[in-house]
Design a protein around this ligand. Structure first.
Ligand SMILES: Cc1ncc(COP(=O)(O)O)c(C=O)c1O
Length: 411
């Protein structure tokens, strides 16, 4: 919780004065409750034994998140991690679930009802779209996809039954930056909830609640955990939005495994220096890519050439290591891609991102767009390659890419 107290050794300190680096290292710590251990212990728990009949009788009055009543509702370890994520996001409270995708579907199910209308950004993570077209449609909830660059123009899409506007900025395939303050202003005027998938920026580099967003979603699988060894979701809300989320969590039975929570907390402690390196090396690689003749477009909002750079500079505090570049159509065949990708030494091919390892993935944004075709005006035709810059040495990564481009040219 923003501004709450935490312990460092035997002293209690207010978080308000601290930088994100310090909050990431300290939030959720309570050594005095755990024999001085710095890390909260792991409680493997389903049953929580009550002290007395009176305690049992009153347990149902305790709001999950406020007390230890049952493993699904939370343990001291999960609450500690929730407190740390909420502090970094700048929100009221956080609840956990078993994957980033559940952190998307849980809030949508918690805030939407049959007959409601959802405005969904067209550049959204593919499985989020699949959920809208599948489960939400089946439940009688209609989704309209909107141009990520729509800004205040979103007002024209609002209907009397529009209940949620969902944002993801930048989108994790095409990296278009949304005008979040403009969209939030329209939503607030119309009394509509706003939710953002904030995974790209992480809780460090975009502060949703300072911009008036109601619900912030993190695939903790990515930078929070940071080590490609678990899947988890974390949803943080404003105080006003919390009761609906909490009700949904109770009804849906969403929770995360205590061992994974422990690992995610361990990851969170080092998120600030990790992100700084992902950001710096990512930009250096992006710059290098712009000098390759086969690269016809760079999709990286922290790069000055990107059309979203001005919005990114205005609203974001940093960039992660995930971006994309487009290969000229003449070098986008399967043979070219095999030559480029198959013998990479450091760049792996695989889904996900946010871990310590570098990744390269050919994508097909055109296949999942419906409001605005891809490539949109001003962006180049060709194969869009998503790249994640991990924590390896920059020179090693550039050499690996350089050799890849040499193989591509030789086809
Ligand atoms: C932007 C974004 N949101 C959510 C998710 C879902 O996370 P998970 O894989 O933990 O379900 C992903 C996964 O790739 C993602 O890229």
């Amino acid at each position: 919780m923003a501004g709450s107290e935490f312990e460092t050794g035997s002293r209690s300190v207010s978080q308000q004065a601290l930088t994100d680096e310090s909050v990431a290292v300290t939030a959720g710590r309570s050594p005095s409750a755990h024999h001085g251990t710095v890390n909260p212990p792991v409680y493997h728990a389903s049953t929580i034994l009550m002290d007395s009949y009176a305690a049992l009788r009153d347990a149902h009055k305790i709001r999950p998140g406020d007390g230890i009543t049952y493993g699904v509702h939370g343990t001291p370890g999960t609450y500690a991690f929730e407190e740390a994520v909420a502090a970094l996001e700048g929100g009221y409270r956080t609840r956990l679930c078993s994957s980033g995708l559940t952190a998307v579907t849980g809030p949508l199910l918690s805030y939407l009802s049959a007959g409601d209308h959802l405005l969904m950004v067209d550049s959204v993570y593919g499985p989020t779209r699949r959920f809208c077209e599948g489960t939400l449609r089946r439940m009688g909830i209609e989704t309209t996809y909107y141009d990520p660059l729509i800004g205040e123009g979103i007002a024209a899409l609002i209907r009397p039954n529009t209940r949620v506007i969902f944002l993801e900025s930048p989108g994790s395939w095409t990296f278009e930056v949304q005008d979040i303050p403009a969209i939030v202003a329209v939503a607030q005027e119309a009394g509509i909830w706003t939710m953002i998938d904030n995974t790209w920026a992480s809780p460090l580099y975009f502060k949703p609640f300072a911009h008036g967003v109601d619900v912030s979603i993190q695939a903790a699988t990515k930078y929070i955990a940071g080590h490609s060894d678990l899947v988890m979701g974390a949803v943080t809300t404003s105080e006003r939005a919390y009761p609906l989320l909490q009700k949904g969590w109770m009804e849906l039975g969403l929770c995360a495994s205590p061992d994974d929570v422990y690992l995610a907390m361990r990851g969170l402690r080092t998120i600030a220096p990790r992100l700084r390196q992902h950001w710096a090396n990512g930009l250096a690689v992006a710059d290098w890519l712009t000098r390759q003749p086969e690269v016809v477009d760079l999709l990286h909002p922290a790069h000055p050439d990107d059309p979203g750079h001005a919005l990114w500079s205005r609203d974001f505090l940093g960039a992660c290591g995930l971006f994309a570049f487009t290969l000229h159509p003449s070098v986008s065949s399967d043979a070219h891609l095999s030559a480029f990708l198959d013998q990479m030494a450091l760049f792996g091919m695989g889904y996900s991102w946010g871990g310590f390892e570098s990744l390269l993935l050919p994508t097909d944004p055109a296949s999942i767009r419906s409001a605005v075709r891809w490539p949109r005006a001003g962006r180049a035709e060709g194969k869009v390659m998503r790249i994640h810059i991990g924590l390896e040495g920059l020179d090693d990564l550039l050499l690996d890419l350089d050799r890849g481009f040499a193989r591509l040219r030789a086809v």
